[in-house]
Design a binder for this molecule. Sequence first.
Ligand SMILES: NC(=O)c1ccc[n+]([C@@H]2O[C@H](COP(=O)([O-])OP(=O)(O)OC[C@H]3O[C@@H](n4cnc5c(N)ncnc54)[C@H](O)[C@@H]3O)[C@@H](O)[C@H]2O)c1
Ligand SMILES: O=C(O)[C@H](O)COP(=O)(O)O
Length: 410
Amino acid sequence: MKTSFPKEDIRVLLLEGVSQSAVDTFRNAGYTQIEYHKKALPEAELIESISQAHIIGIRSRSQLTAEVFQHAKRLIAVGCFCIGTNQVDLDAAERLGIPVFNAPYSNTRSVAELVLAEAIMLMRGIPQKNAECHRGGWSKSAAGSYEVRGKTLGVVGYGHIGTQISVLAEALGMQVLFHDIEAKLSLGNAQPTASLDELLQRSDIVTLHVPETPATRMMIQAPQLAAMKPGAILLNASRGTVIDIDALADSLRSGHLGGAAIDVFPVEPKGNGDAFVSPLIGMDNVILTPHIGGSTLEAQDNIGIEVAAKLVRYSDNGSTLSAVNFPEVSLPEHADSRRLLHIHQNVPGVLSRINELFSAGNLNINAQFLQTRPALGYVVIDVAADEATTQELRDRLSAITGTLRTRVLY
Ligand SMILES: NC(=O)c1ccc[n+]([C@@H]2O[C@H](COP(=O)([O-])OP(=O)(O)OC[C@H]3O[C@@H](n4cnc5c(N)ncnc54)[C@H](O)[C@@H]3O)[C@@H](O)[C@H]2O)c1
Ligand SMILES: O=C(O)[C@H](O)COP(=O)(O)O
């Protein structure tokens, strides 16, 4: 499909070493201007680069704040090549008419496998025994070493990852409790608890799988840690802000918690080679990993294809299906039509003013699809018109009060 704005002129900025599969997906779709960086960019460089980009792809490090978006004058879409989207100011993007896409489950399995492996390792005291052997020590003993079979796993956040872990844990003979703010259908024999506190009090192992939101920030502090069973294990592969990390270090030092596995931290290095600082460093009963819960080749490959394909689809066809901050619209292509996109503030009267333009020009609308969210409306219009008329229509559409963006796609 030939687009009005040539694909060769669309600049794609890919940061944080997203998978080569993303680059291939863009190239195969005809996009040639791809700027690729292995790391997240410092804010000043990010602002400089984003000001030239039409599409940006990031992972969990790059902070796309309202301030950064102010400089993104050409930007049409954001791709988060991961699950979490908390690093993007989604409201700011929505106000500017910029859809944000992610990969909601391409790395689910990778996180679930890591978490279960860590649970087994910690229940056996393997991190401590491993560290001792590396120091030349030898302590062959069953003391403090347990099977996971028959133990209770508490899952906080029973979403894609939480449910997958629940199913796998039951296959290992564990009992699963879960806590979620939404009513969730239990899989297998998993049981919801009445409260977070109840889950903490009853579980041998607690694993966190909530997104970063105002409600989950500092969800686990000293009182919650104190509520956990003596010797219990805490796993966090969600977001670093969910736990008060100093309180966790205190609880581990005091011997109340038996161990922890932490993949995400309140402050994380920008990229490989940068120093990692944490109060948990040096504790043998803590598995520390550099935010690699979703970092398997399988997951990264799938994420690259999935998110790049969503960005290409939006850029080529206007489809916003599965955008996280945007009205979801998808239309098949109509032969002999030109496609216009109109993104506007969701205020009364915009659609009627759009349609007045078409009827005044005596133009036949072949298809039209409107979706709204509280603050935003998005309409895709296929019209039977020649190129010059379509460009003129675009100028007139842009002049309608409340318009955020218009594009002629083809
Ligand atoms: N470590 C990694 O590499 C890695 C990889 C993937 C995802 N993640 C993180 O894991 C999070 C969860 O991923 P997912 O795919 O399971 O997401 P999901 O959206 O499928 O599930 C999240 C669940 O948490 C629940 N929830 C939200 N707020 C809550 C609260 N205050 N209390 C209890 N439950 C609450 C939701 O209702 C939902 O069921 C992501 O948001 C991301 O931040 C980390
Ligand atoms: O949100 C996610 O999917 C994970 O935190 C992974 O983030 P990453 O792509 O930066 O590894």
